[in-house]
Design a protein around this ligand. Structure first.
Ligand SMILES: [Zn+2]
Ligand SMILES: [Zn+2]
Length: 348
């Protein structure tokens, strides 16, 4: 195959997890920026906010009152998108109008009683409590008869539609396997059947050999800007050992996970010296009785920022109609993130 300069010429890259493509246009990074520059939004400095529905002891919109929790705290979302008592039913007219009931649960997990913290500013031991809570929640929900998928995720920052700065995430469980996870189940299963090794294990080996897109790593986890990243600074967090879900992680691995979550979020905050917005979440095996050979635990980070605390990437036009497109290459993004200080900018 003739040499092709990925750093200079337009090309498309393949995502083997989803079988989708992304258009990369590195030559465009030279063009002048004409967007609006705004000041970064102010960050909260209140350790306790009497009006926050997530702070300890405060009452929530549904009338419930939070306990005086000191570590993590999980509760059923008062405005849940899914409800466990949804009766089962469906409608169908020919193959054109088709709908099915969907039962499930939506929980909220407060990462800390402190209103003013984020994962990037919590200690490894405090984040470890979050990791242990995620593990326990996954096990608990997976054991329920009508739960086939559990999604653990975090929307951070107003830019990602998260209106409350109190550090928290979501845990959604439902009775079908959603499309995005279903796709990655199939691609990982097919790869495993063809190669007798996990897709992400082999991908990780390649990335560790090349060292072009690795952002940070420790004994049990590696973070890369994936070859096929869509968002400018999107990353993939992969466990070195192929396990299908969080509860299979051993104690030392859980500690390493807490450590790398901290490392990565500090780098993100340092990139534009702002509390970096993102959506992140884990992909874990479906929770029915099926077997999932080759399914490899990982987390996706999808941050919207492109060039500063306020200049973000939009998915519009060609992206909505055809395929996602990016200008800055994943290799440049990985270089930027890797070269940042490992200490948070507010603590230097
Ligand atoms: Zn709060
Ligand atoms: Zn995934």
């Amino acid at each position: 195959m003739p040499h092709f300069d990925l750093a200079a010429l337009p090309h498309r890259r393949y995502n083997p997890l989803t079988q989708e493509w992304v258009l990369v246009s590195p030559h465009r990074t030279q063009r002048p920026w004409q967007g609006q520059v705004e000041a970064a939004p102010a960050e909260t400095s209140l350790a306790f906010d009497p009006h926050c529905y997530l702070c300890p002891g405060n009452s929530r919109a549904g009338g419930a009152r939070n306990p005086q929790y000191s570590g993590t705290f999980v509760f059923e979302n008062d405005f849940a998108a899914l409800r466990p008592d949804t009766p089962s039913g469906s409608i169908q007219e020919r193959e054109l109008l088709f709908a099915q009931s969907e039962a499930g649960q939506c929980r909220v997990i407060c990462f800390s009683p402190r209103h003013d913290l984020t994962l990037a500013r919590m200690s490894v031991d405090e984040i470890r409590l979050v990791v242990d809570t995620w593990c326990a929640q996954f096990s608990e929900l997976a054991a329920e008869p009508n739960v086939r998928a559990v999604h653990i995720f975090e929307n951070r920052g107003a830019m990602m539609g998260c209106s409350n700065p109190h550090p928290h995430g979501q845990i959604w469980a439902n009775e079908t396997v959603p499309d995005e996870l279903a796709r990655e189940v199939v691609t990982q299963r097919d790869y495993f059947q063809a190669h007798q090794s996990s897709l992400l294990e082999d991908y990780l080996k390649l990335e560790l050999e090349k060292q072009e897109r690795v952002v940070c790593s420790n004994e049990h986890f590696v973070v890369v800007v994936p070859f096929w990243a869509v968002w400018p600074y999107g990353t993939l967090l992969i466990s070195r050992r192929c396990v299908p879900s969080l509860p299979e992680l051993q104690q030392a691995e859980r500690q390493s996970l807490a450590q790398i979550l901290r490392q990565l979020t500090i780098r993100y905050d340092n990139l534009f010296q702002t509390s970096f917005p993102y959506t992140m979440g884990f992909h874990q095996r479906p929770t029915d009785d099926g077997s999932y050979p080759g399914f490899h635990l990982h987390a996706h980070y999808y941050p919207p920022l492109l060039r500063s605390a306020t200049i973000r990437k939009f998915m519009v036009g060609y992206e909505m109609l055809a395929m996602p497109q990016r200008d800055i290459t994943p290799e440049s993004a990985a270089n930027h993130l890797r070269d940042l200080p490992a200490t948070h900018y507010l603590e230097r």
